[in-house]
Design a protein around this ligand. Structure first.
Ligand code: ZN
Length: 666
């Protein structure tokens, strides 16, 4: 029996289809996918030490290149990992993540030496007027922790205590130690199998634990990796790396727990402070309450199924640089701010960008594909008041770019309907059901083969996320069950890259730029080439591959990866020894080439030259020679070839949508 399955391995709403040859067997069930959304659990006020006084009289070396200085301290639990995992964490993951962040940010007011405050044995502490130090009532705790990590003694200030009546205060124990020199932030990295690792099936989580006194900037934080979830598989490295960067950004400032502590450019807090120096605490949110100069509520008019319009409430981050960058990104000059995530529960909502609007931005709440750190995230880090950002380190975000105010403020139902009315493709959304055979398409940035994640859910979706008035082959009663697979993207359907699995084992991914994704010559059904210069092109028809006695065609088609290069004549598609010139976008290239002893025939649609090339000649109609290019290659004298559709080769080959198990949580 030949079985094929398209399954989601991402959060909470995974379903699997299994098909068999001939008769369609439809199994609907849950895949083994773990929840992949990020839960940045904002530390409770009792887990944080605020207003840590950093002594100004420590001489500190001039920070010549002005980069943010993160000092990574590995806990013994990292040393105890299996050697392969330890090497990965210590030699690759953290050094690379920290190096990126150091190059991207600088601290406005660098610190000299960081000497952390001690936790108290009870949660009672005192402050004396005119004295920046924090006194424990009774005794200091035996250990001071930063998240799950015990802070080394040499990083701690001397223990300061007051008697129970508060009258007698003084220092006890070892005097101030050397602290961490020439650092702006101390990052404690651990690999502990904590309760959270077990409960939430997560890869990593991170947060801050101490904030300095002058600007409330985090000066210490932790990142815990769940040992069982560290993968040493090469194909998972990029995802893990962006997860680690994502986590450290939560610890450095991107956190709902810190919104109330942000400063404006003049060094004044956005949010009013009490005599304690702290803002008001909002017990129902479990967070310090921010000013509406930082985050504001807004109501959107939200089109849903049945021509209804509902009110959809959103939270917007409204600090100046974020507003400016969001307006530029969407090309919407009246946008009031950048929407924050409204779903996924505590930890996901408010702590990330709205996934519907910035899908593959790395600070959205889950990892679907191709994460990038965009200018909008860098702008937020600047708007904390603590950092300057080097925007040359920002990565290009294609999702939503120049899509206008309707895209940035309306539901995807509205967008899809409007695009259809204009007879334009519904990009970046999609509205094709995953069916047998699969209709392949391209990821929004045209760098990977993808499929539309529109699927049926076991239950009706909430009314505000029901977007379809009709879908081919689906009855009206069933429409409320259909939506995009990613809940935190407001169930809007979009194309997602995937990976091929054989008997449950990873074979290859669908990212065009990764040479390892190149299919075996005998399975390269559409003459694809994967590598750094490859992009995803739409196929106008299915490819055939032919030898003297065999002619094969693959049932799943629609797009593939092809090598391109930019020339003075325009964009060219390049096969082993043949090039095809694209004179204008939408032109159909009739491909007829020989590769690896197979003759391939098929049609590709030209992309827009400017999508990939810096400079392009004006578009024009292709010369007639291109239109009549096909001069069939003679494979052998007799051509009574048998056409086989490759159903039988599909045994156990499973395309899995990538819903990364690695997303960092917290
Ligand atoms: Zn997160």
């Amino acid at each position: 029996m030949a079985a094929r399955c398209a399954a989601l391995s991402c959060c909470c709403s995974a379903s699997a289809w299994v098909f068999a040859v001939g008769a369609l067997i439809f199994l609907h069930g849950l895949s083994s996918g773990a929840c992949s959304i990020c839960k940045h659990r904002v530390p409770g006020p009792d887990e944080i030490i605020y207003k840590v006084h950093l002594s100004p009289n420590h001489v500190f070396k001039r920070n010549v290149n002005q980069q943010l200085r993160v000092k990574t301290i590995y806990d013994t639990s990292v040393e105890n990992l299996l050697p392969e995992k330890r090497k990965l964490v210590k030699n690759k993951l953290f050094p690379q993540a920290v190096s990126y962040l150091q190059k991207t940010f600088q601290v406005r007011k660098p610190s000299g030496t960081i000497l952390l405050s001690r936790q108290c044995a009870s949660d009672q502490y005192l402050r004396k007027r005119g004295d920046p130090r924090r006194y424990c009532s009774g005794a200091c705790a035996q250990y001071t922790r930063c998240g799950p990590v015990i802070v080394p003694e040499e990083h701690l200030q001397q223990c300061m205590i007051c008697s129970a009546d508060g009258w007698h205060c003084g220092s006890v124990g070892i005097p101030d130690r050397e602290g961490v020199e020439d650092a702006d932030f101390v990052l404690y990295v651990s690999a502990l199998s904590t309760e959270r690792c077990g409960q939430e099936n997560i890869v990593a989580y991170a947060a801050y634990c101490q904030l300095e006194a002058k600007m409330d900037r985090p000066i210490a934080g932790y990142a815990n990796l769940c040992p069982n979830m560290i993968s040493t598989q090469a194909q998972e490295f990029v995802g893990m790396l962006s997860t680690v960067k994502h986590e450290i950004l939560h610890a450095l400032g991107f956190s709902a727990g810190l919104f109330a502590f942000y400063y404006d450019d003049n060094g004044n807090p956005w949010t009013t402070r009490h005599a304690t120096g702290l803002p008001s605490f909002n017990p129902s949110l479990g967070l310090y309450q921010w000013s509406n100069k930082v985050v504001r509520k807004a109501a959107r008019l939200w089109d849903v199924r049945g021509n209804q319009i509902l009110q959809h409430d959103v939270f917007l981050l409204v600090t100046p640089r974020v507003v400016e960058e969001a307006r530029k990104h969407f090309n919407c000059p009246v946008l009031e701010g950048m929407e924050l995530e409204n779903q996924g529960g505590l930890g996901t909502e408010l702590n990330h960008w709205e996934k519907r609007l910035l899908e593959n931005e790395a600070m959205t709440g889950s990892h679907t594909q191709n994460r990038v750190f965009s200018r909008i995230t860098l702008a937020l880090m600047e708007d904390t008041g603590w950092y300057r950002a080097n925007y040359s380190m920002a990565e290009k975000l294609d999702w939503g770019r120049n899509k206008g105010c309707d895209f940035a403020t309306k539901s995807c139902k509205f967008w899809i309907a409007q695009q259809r009315k204009r007879q334009e493709i519904v990009r970046p959304y999609c509205d094709t059901l995953r069916s047998n055979p699969l209709q392949l398409m391209c990821r929004e940035d045209q760098r990977a083969v993808a499929v539309c994640n529109l699927q049926k859910f076991p239950n009706r979706l909430p009314h505000e996320y029901q977007y379809f008035d009709h879908l081919n082959g689906i009855s009206t009663e069933e429409l409320p069950y259909y939506g995009g697979a990613i809940e935190i993207a407001d169930f809007c359907p979009f194309s997602q890259e995937f990976s091929w699995h054989l008997s449950g084992k990873y074979q290859r991914g669908s990212d065009c730029r990764v040479p390892e994704n190149q299919p075996d010559p005998s399975r390269n059904y559409a003459a694809e080439t994967y590598g750094p210069n490859s992009v995803c092109l739409i196929q106008k028809s299915a490819f055939t591959m032919e030898q003297c006695t065999k002619k094969l065609t693959y049932p799943d088609w629609g797009s593939g990866c092809y090598q391109i290069f930019c020339s003075s004549q325009g964009l060219k598609v390049w096969f082993k020894d043949t090039t095809y010139l694209c004179s204008r976008a939408g032109q159909i290239l009739a491909i007829n080439i020989e590769m690896n002893n197979w003759v391939y025939t098929g049609n590709l649609i030209c992309p827009a030259c400017l999508d990939f090339c810096e400079s392009c000649p004006p578009e024009h109609d292709p010369p007639p020679i291109n239109k009549t290019r096909i001069r069939p290659i003679d494979i052998c004298s007799r051509s009574s070839s048998l056409v086989v559709t490759l159903w039988l080769l599909l045994i156990n080959l499973l395309p899995l949508l990538l819903g990364f198990l690695l997303c960092a949580h917290n």
